[in-house]
Design a protein around this ligand. Structure first.
Ligand SMILES: [Zn+2]
Ligand SMILES: [Zn+2]
Length: 385
């Protein structure tokens, strides 16, 4: 067998190791950390080498800041130490070795001293920086929480189809420029052709918290109906079925969404926020919160929320939306306020704190893998699909 392929398989086997082989002290945690931080350092070298290609305009100054190189040195040192620890503790050496290789590769491509090799050729870029930051930031926030307070304790980080969902994460991060531009296009057009300046000035002058809650509510109202249409209309359902094909729920599962659905969903939900003239501060705060909130509602977190569960969407509420059983079909469309589902008759929250038995679509009609899922909605409907 191809040695590279073999190495990849053994790394994967190690990542997906059963719980008994992932215990504290087994060298698994240090191995995973070493590999992740090593890959993050390698990604940072690529950003320094090709800033015009792999760095978002918004974070170009951050990457150019001397602190970025210091941060990268810290990543390299930590990745080296964790990989070393894993090599010492763990009988299987795949994780530790892979972490070391990532560190070596990062250092040999220039490490913290890496210089840009190409000038900024085009205004186009891929958000590699966004991917690395997003993964580190969200991962370090959610992985410990899901480990300590899991809904399904046996699931683990590298669960069924984690690579597929990670690829969705990668694509939507790399395409951040085109996604952002296209998502705001309908709203910007509407903004330009309407002239409600007095009304907009009034909205922008409202207290921050009022604006924030109003954005949350209006966005969710639009999202509710767009989402319901995606379930209702067969042609649209074939796109949305991709999101529902996830059979494991956690912080990364929500990333599984067809590219066109992301565009339609974002393109429509940002309209009230932009057209009604909410202040930039409120809009920015909402974008950050909705990102974390979407991660949160998919996460494998077993927290009980008491009365809050009636007020705000929780993981259990959205997990019911993804449930595989009959009672979970076409329920819980809201992503912030369960009130919307109550108003429109689609609310489903079993009183006894029950969760769905499993996730996905009965019969699993959606094919496996990013590209086949990308093509799936465009292919002619086969029987039962
Ligand atoms: Zn849905
Ligand atoms: Zn979802």
């Amino acid at each position: 067998m191809n040695p590279l392929h073999e190495a990849r398989l053994s790394i994967r086997r190690e990542l997906e190791a059963p719980p008994a082989l992932r215990k504290f002290g087994s060298g698994w945690i240090s191995g995973v950390l070493g590999l992740m931080l090593g890959l993050a350092a390698l990604g940072s070298v690529v950003m320094l080498r090709f800033p015009g290609v792999f760095v978002m305009k918004e974070s170009a100054r951050l990457v150019a800041h001397p602190g970025f190189r210091t941060g990268m040195l810290a990543l390299l040192v930590l990745a080296f130490l964790f990989s070393m620890l894993s090599l010492l503790l763990r009988p299987g050496k795949a994780l530790g070795t892979a972490g070391m290789v990532a560190v070596l590769a990062a250092v040999s491509f220039g490490g913290p001293q890496a210089q840009a090799v190409t000038p900024d050729l085009t205004p186009l870029y891929f958000g590699l920086d966004f991917f690395v930051l997003r993964l580190l930031f969200t991962g370090f926030l959610f992985i410990p929480l899901e480990t300590v307070f899991p809904h399904r304790a046996e699931q683990g980080i590298f669960r069924y189809e984690w690579r597929e969902d990670l690829f969705y994460y990668l694509v939507s991060s790399m395409m951040v420029q085109v996604l952002t531009w296209l998502s705001f296009l309908p709203a910007q057009t509407l903004l330009a052709i309407t002239s409600w300046s007095a009304f907009r000035a009034w909205v922008a002058a409202l207290p921050f918290i009022v604006q924030f809650i109003a954005i949350m509510f209006l966005t969710d109202l639009v999202q509710y109906w767009v989402h319901r249409l995606f379930h209702r209309i067969t042609a649209l359902w074939r796109f949305h079925a991709v999101h529902h094909s996830a059979q494991a729920m956690d912080w990364i599962a929500g990333a599984r969404m067809h590219f066109l659905e992301i565009l339609v969903l974002r393109g429509t939900t940002v309209i009230p926020m932009i057209v009604l003239g909410f202040s930039q501060d409120a809009v920015n705060a909402y974008i950050l919160v909705v990102y974390l909130y979407a991660t949160f509602v998919h996460s494998n977190l077993g927290w009980k929320f008491g009365f809050l569960e009636k007020l705000l969407v929780t993981p259990r509420f959205h997990h019911w939306h993804h449930g595989i059983e009959k009672e979970a079909i076409d329920v819980n469309f809201a992503v912030h306020f369960p009130l919307l589902d109550k108003l429109f008759g689609t609310h489903h929250m079993p009183e006894n704190g029950r969760w769905p038995e499993g996730y996905g679509i009965s019969g699993h009609p959606v094919p496996k893998g990013y590209w086949r899922q990308f093509l799936h909605p465009f292919q002619r409907k086969k029987k039962g699909a």
